[in-house]
Design a protein around this ligand. Structure first.
Ligand code: KG4
Ligand code: ZN
Length: 339
């Protein structure tokens, strides 16, 4: 049995959680900074690291208190080593290192993208718990990445596709900005699109980049189409609810069809949706409806950045992720490079 403290500071959430056996979430504390970045329309790295520094110890204390755990109950301290913002990662890595050293605990460095997949191993109150069957096809859709990864076993991955330009979450954030919907853009687009669908069936259709014959994605053409539509270059612009709905429909259509096709072709036994964009309800529902395989998607609070997924990943990959005291943050850390 393990009881792991997971710490995450790669972007704009300061998070810590205590997880037992990679599944039972005893606490999951997330201090979001989005209100600090909203006025700038995106994450400001320097503001992020400074705020992580201010709150990280309180967040860790809160995670232990909420879990009714002491340092003696812990088996290890795990932290996101990368990828992410350099200064933000530095705060988490150094804090985790110091705490592990002071309490004589193993110290584990976790890949943030791999950890997003492991959010699907966590138990959710009120849901029957099932463990994903491997091999599984993982779709990781976050603010910085869009990757299709075949997970053959714990620590055994092959990346089969990725975005060639913008990440899905980045496209949501940029489209929201063009529509004047604020930051973060994903939830804003989802809310706005819901109004359009409730009012009437949207007529606007935006392009889809299928990149036939490849498992890669591309969202920059769609982004440009949103810009032209907002500017009313070809026709008077439709209401922004309709543009938001058409944008979301395009992203969801491409992500779900390509993921299901790849999963079937690769002989996967389940699909693992993960990353911040996995919080999107139409994406979750469409993927579940289109897939003949079981689809796993964490509850929204475990889709966006959190410490529980870091602790879960650390449990299943304990020996592989043991790090030395000289571990440095790795802002450009890769995951499942084509093998
Ligand atoms: O995984 P995450 O919390 O941080 C990164 O590792 O990047 O993902 C953040 C991204 C943002 O781009 C945000 O707009 C997007 O996830 N997001 C959503 C939704 N909630 C968050 N995108 C679409 N629909 C949502 N409901
Ligand atoms: Zn993330």
């Amino acid at each position: 049995m393990t009881t792991i403290l997971g710490i995450e500071t790669s972007c704009d959430e300061t998070a810590a959680a205590v997880v037992e056996d990679g599944r039972r979430v005893r606490s999951n504390v997330i201090a979001s900074q989005f209100h600090l970045h909203a006025p700038y329309g995106g994450v400001v790295p320097e503001v992020a690291s400074r705020h992580h520094l201010e709150v990280i110890l309180q967040v860790v204390d809160a995670a232990l208190t909420e879990a009714s755990a002491t340092w003696r109950d812990l088996s290890a301290v795990a932290v996101t080593a990368g990828p992410g913002l350099a200064g933000a990662l530095l705060v988490g890595v150094n804090t985790a290192k110091a705490l592990a050293y002071a309490h004589d605990l193993p110290f584990l460095g976790v890949n943030h993208l791999e950890a997003h997949l492991y959010a699907n191993w966590l138990e959710v109150p009120g849901r029957v718990h099932r463990l994903p069957e491997l091999p599984a096809l993982g779709l990781i859709v976050s603010g910085g990445h869009t990757d299709l990864v075949l997970m053959r076993g714990h620590g055994d991955y092959r990346r089969i596709g990725r975005t060639r330009d913008d990440a899905a979450g980045e496209a949501f954030d940029k489209a929201a900005r063009m529509l004047g919907l604020g930051f973060p853009g994903g939830p804003a687009i989802e809310r706005t699109a819901r109004n359009a669908v409730a009012a009437a069936k949207p007529k606007l259709r935006l392009p889809r980049a299928w990149l036939k014959g490849s498992d890669d994605f591309s969202f920059s053409g769609l982004k440009t189409a949103v810009l032209h539509t907002v500017r009313g270059e070809a026709a008077p612009p439709p209401p922004r609810e309709e543009i938001a709905a058409a944008f979301q429909a395009s992203v969801v259509d491409v992500l779900t069809r390509k993921t299901v096709d790849a999963a079937i072709r690769e002989g996967a036994r389940s699909i693992l949706l993960s990353g911040g964009v996995a919080a999107n309800t139409p994406l979750r529902e469409t993927l579940a409806a289109r897939s003949p395989l079981p689809v796993f998607a964490p509850p929204p609070v475990l889709c966006t950045d959190n410490g529980a997924m870091i602790a879960a990943c650390a449990h299943y990959r304990f020996d592989g992720l043991r790090a030395g005291w000289d571990l440095d943050p790795q802002p450009g850390l890769k995951f499942a490079v084509i093998a």
